[in-house]
Design a protein around this ligand. Structure first.
Ligand code: ATP
Length: 249
């Protein structure tokens, strides 16, 4: 893991590791790319659109990574795709696991949700932007917390032995740094085809939902901007943006 420059801080209990790094952006204390915050427990762990991320004490990994992108907010759109691949690299290297990815930001193992990614941005439409990349990975999910998860889930303890949280953090930092550097250099051009090979819903009928409207189509993977390609009535259209959820129809 040579060359990794991440600096990891560990807190026992926090509201949300993403919220804490976003707050620090508003203070004078400088954050530099590779600043990482890990907590043992989150009291207000978040998914997208205000959904709750179950974060019981000591059980799982709650991890946020700060990164400055020398590009506009528009260019940051595909970051969660690159982050999904970094999680893939990590779990493949450490445990030989083959995860599947669900657009735009979920990580599955045998169709059960193992981890989630939440990328939050701060910046101007033009000029550099700052990203807080949250990653939650289930390690040992206690029964008490799992009762509140309203979809199929899994944790690493069901698939691998000898889990080592410190090692997991180190590998994650290493692969994030690699994938984000690749993203900074060439966007998703060298990554979107690999992502498509890991697409959990390749060729399947899916339902897209904005909260106001839902529609169905066949999931054809992503394009090189990170948009999901959906075939409907013989036509393929790409959809972008963080407000769309995708589920198996
Ligand atoms: P999408 O991101 O596509 O909108 P999603 O419903 O999976 O779909 P997220 O915001 O990524 O949404 O994650 C929050 C959801 O994940 C929760 O509503 C719950 O169903 C599930 N969930 C919450 N905590 C966990 C956890 N620790 N492990 C697995 N799944 C969880």
């Amino acid at each position: 893991l040579g060359g990794c420059t991440a600096n990891v801080e560990v807190q026992p209990i926090i509201d949300s590791t993403n919220s804490e790094l976003m707050r620090r952006l508003q203070t004078d204390a400088p954050l530099y790319s590779g600043s990482v915050l890990v907590a043992e427990m989150q009291q207000a762990g978040r998914g997208r659109r205000g959904r709750v991320w179950q974060s019981p004490f000591g059980a799982n990994l709650y991890f946020s990574y700060f990164w400055r992108l020398d590009d506009s907010l528009q260019a940051a759109m595909g970051v969660s795709i690159a982050v999904g691949l970094a999680v893939y690299d990590t779990l493949k290297a450490l445990y030989q696991l083959d995860i599947e990815l669900k657009w735009p930001n979920d990580i599955y193992l045998n169709r059960e949700k193992l981890a989630g990614v939440l990328v939050e941005l701060d910046g101007q439409p033009q000029g550099p932007c700052q990203l807080v990349i949250g990653i939650g990975i289930n390690l040992h999910m206690p029964e008490s917390a799992s009762q509140h998860i309203d979809q199929a889930w899994t944790d690493l303890s069901q698939h691998v032995q000898g889990l080592d949280k410190n090692k997991l953090v180190a590998y994650l930092c290493f692969y994030l740094e690699k994938r984000l550097a690749q993203y900074q250099q060439s966007g998703l051009n060298d990554m979107y085809l690999q992502w498509n090979q890991l697409n959990a819903f390749a060729g399947e009928c899916v339902e897209l939902n904005t909260g106001h409207r839902s529609w169905r189509g066949i999931c054809e993977g992503i394009d090189n901007q990170g948009g999901v390609r959906i075939r409907q009535d013989g036509e393929v259209k790409s959809y972008y943006g963080g407000e769309i959820s995708l589920r198996k129809a």
